[in-house]
Design a binder for this molecule. Structure first.
Ligand code: PTJ
Length: 248
């Protein structure tokens, strides 16, 4: 039981949610390690949404709203941390939802699809192998995608992704948006738009902004340089480290 007044209560609750996801068979063992790495970066980033993350979220929202066939790619960690939010976002931006795993496992795929459906998804792609196609030149299990989903999408939200697939999706002509707390990861460096924020926190903001932009019918894109924004994220880490060192 986490005391309510614990200074890191929110992060610890997110950790518990992920562990519960693991116990329900949604998260891969490796997903626990990936989360630990994310937590470490989140700690260095001050466990809040920074200005650079807000900028990336706004740019991502504009791209998702104006996309012709957007897709949200869901893995074990994402499903266990924000299943409800994925459905909310998909409804606002009219996106398809596709389960796509790095550590492929048909049972886990089905469990993830079930959780998404329990949370309100009408259709979940990525489970039926009859409509599967391969992304060329990619070795990992993530190359298997749905013909009417990732394969034919123009904009894809791929949170907590691996670098190889991000690169291949881009070579395949897709616009890639990701959530990744590590601004130095290959995914962060390769994606078109990298939101350096915890997915549980950042997804809620992305939904809010998409909702607002849809109402205001804004279509115009702001100027955005992903590499420059990542440099801002690294500066944020440096600033927080210095602040902590002074108070140590
Ligand atoms: O469910 P599967 O089989 O598809 O596997 C999913 C994982 C996440 C295990 C798999 O994609 C993987 O191994 O990913 P990586 O290569 O460890 O990359 C995950 C990235 O996400 C790392 O850079 C982490 O810092 C980052 N990350 C972890 N937790 C979060 C996060 N970013 C945002 N929010 C988080 N909560």
């Amino acid at each position: 039981m986490i005391p309510k007044n614990h200074p890191r209560a929110k992060s610890l609750l997110v950790r518990e949610k992920l562990v519960a996801g693991y116990e329900k068979g949604l998260v891969a063992k490796e997903g626990l390690i990936a989360h630990g790495r994310g937590e470490a970066f989140d700690y260095l980033l001050g466990e809040k949404t920074s200005k650079n993350a807000e900028k990336a979220i706004k740019t991502a929202a504009l791209s998702l709203i104006s996309a012709k066939s957007p897709v949200i790619s869901v893995n074990g960690n994402v499903a266990s941390l924000c299943a409800k939010e994925i459905i909310q976002l998909a409804k606002i931006i009219n996106a398809k939802i596709e389960v796509n795993l790095f550590y492929a496992n048909q049972k886990r795929k089905k469990r993830i699809a079930r959780i998404l459906k329990i949370n309100g998804a009408k259709k979940v792609l990525g489970v039926d192998s009859k409509s599967a196609k391969k992304i060329p030149k990619l070795d990992s299990a993530r190359r298997i995608v749905d013909t009417s989903g990732i394969y034919s999408a123009d904009v894809i939200l791929v949170p907590l992704e691996d670098g190889d697939r991000t690169l291949m999706l881009k070579k395949f002509g897709k616009k890639v948006i990701t959530f990744d707390l590590n601004p130095l990861s290959r995914t962060a460096q390769t994606a078109d738009i990298t939101i350096v924020d915890d997915i549980s926190r950042g997804m809620r903001k992305l939904i809010q902004i998409c909702r607002k932009l849809k109402k205001s019918k804004v279509k115009q894109h702001n100027s955005f340089d992903n590499k420059r924004n990542l440099v801002e994220a690294v500066k944020e880490i440096k600033k927080n480290l210095e602040k902590r060192a002074i108070h140590a």
